[in-house]
Write a protein that binds this ligand. Structure first.
Ligand code: GFB
Length: 316
């Protein structure tokens, strides 16, 4: 491998998963930063689960840097329902891309993981070194195991082949291009949709899954994309980096915040038949902070922006 991986405005950059919430944010951030060659492929054009297609793409296009944001993602119910698909599809996507990147001389790669990789009951806030120190949360264990494999692949390709592949672990993300399907989405888009529909229908209650007691941290996806590019621009060659806002709130507090933003006056009704999942997963972001990066978009403002976009382009 070249000794000094470069990342400049002329680097040929492949963003895997460019239509997803994270991938599209990374493309926006790269375009805003003047990066001139951003390679993308739709799922129809390139099935990342098929190793032969991935190898053919890398051999033909020769990217020099990769943001691996393609994944099968979803909220607690999706993770707990499609367990086999979450472990298989994520394992295949990331293994194919990381291996083909190395085989084709890709210098730099950023692998997107998730905060659910950490033990269910580890000390809070969660530090990167807590990885693999305890049992995982059952509702998303398949997804978490796949993501842990991706982290370890980057680490061991770096050790054996001299690549410069690093992993970023985002907290719960929200933002443009989020998934609003109530069965498979994460909590924030689900509450935005449910509150909006309750407001339109004149409903006087809002259903919230679980007890409302779990705590979650939320980061706007534009901050996430900025952190990914920040690490590449600062020539960070390896390692695991938590990316978060540094504060969390209970699901009940989030529901009240969403009602305030949407303008819904309703009673919150908790469905304790639905799982709470991990009690808390606040990330310790001091490693990235020490390098000079912090999140910029406050949660309430971020939700207001996302709700405005939701009403403008997704719903009446
Ligand atoms: O965002 P969420 O689906 O995923 O759920 P996780 C967060 C919390 O919100 C859980 C509650 O306690 C849910 O029970 N919640 C309340 C709801 N109402 C709703 C609702 O209408 N929809 C949803 N979805 N949740 C995910 C992992 O865990 O975190 C993924 O499963 C990924 O793999 C992601 O790691 C970042 O935060 O519990």
């Amino acid at each position: 491998m070249n000794d000094t991986p470069s990342f400049s405005r002329d680097t040929r950059i492949f963003v895997a998963g460019h239509r997803g919430m994270v991938g599209s944010a990374i493309v926006r951030r790269l375009e805003a930063g003047g990066y001139r060659t951003i390679l993308t492929r739709t799922h129809r054009e390139l099935d990342l689960i098929r190793q032969d297609q991935v190898e053919a793409f890398f051999a033909a296009e020769k990217p020099e840097a990769v943001f691996l944001a393609a994944a099968k993602v979803g909220g607690i119910q999706a993770n707990n329902t499609y367990r086999a698909q979450f472990i298989y599809e994520n394992t295949m996507i990331q293994s194919n891309v990381i291996d083909a990147a190395w085989r084709n001389g890709v210098q730099r790669l950023v692998f997107l993981g998730s905060s659910c990789i950490y033990p269910r009951d580890c000390p809070q806030p969660i530090r990167e070194e807590y990885l693999l120190t305890g049992p995982l949360e059952q509702t998303n264990e398949p997804y978490a195991l796949a993501k842990i494999l991706g982290i370890k692949m980057c680490e061991n390709y770096n050790r054996q082949y001299g690549t410069a592949y690093l992993s970023v672990m985002p907290t719960n993300l929200y933002g443009p291009n989020d998934n609003y399907d109530l069965a498979t989405s994460h909590v924030l888009p689900a509450l935005i949709r449910k509150a909006h529909e309750a407001k339109l229908s004149g409903a006087t209650s809002l259903e919230v899954w679980g007890t409302g007691k779990p705590l979650r941290e939320f980061l706007h996806v534009d901050d996430m994309a900025d952190a990914c590019v920040f690490l590449m621009e600062n020539d960070v060659r390896e390692g695991l980096f938590n990316v978060g806002a540094g504060t969390d709130l209970t699901i009940a507090e989030l529901a009240r915040l969403v009602c305030r933003v949407v303008g819904l006056d309703a009673t919150i009704v908790f469905d304790s038949g639905k799982p709470d999942g991990t009690p808390r997963k606040l990330l310790d972001v001091s490693r990235l902070k020490a390098m000079g990066w912090t999140a910029k978009i406050p949660l309430e403002q971020g939700i207001r922006d996302v709700y405005a976009e939701y009403v403008r382009c997704c719903r009446p």
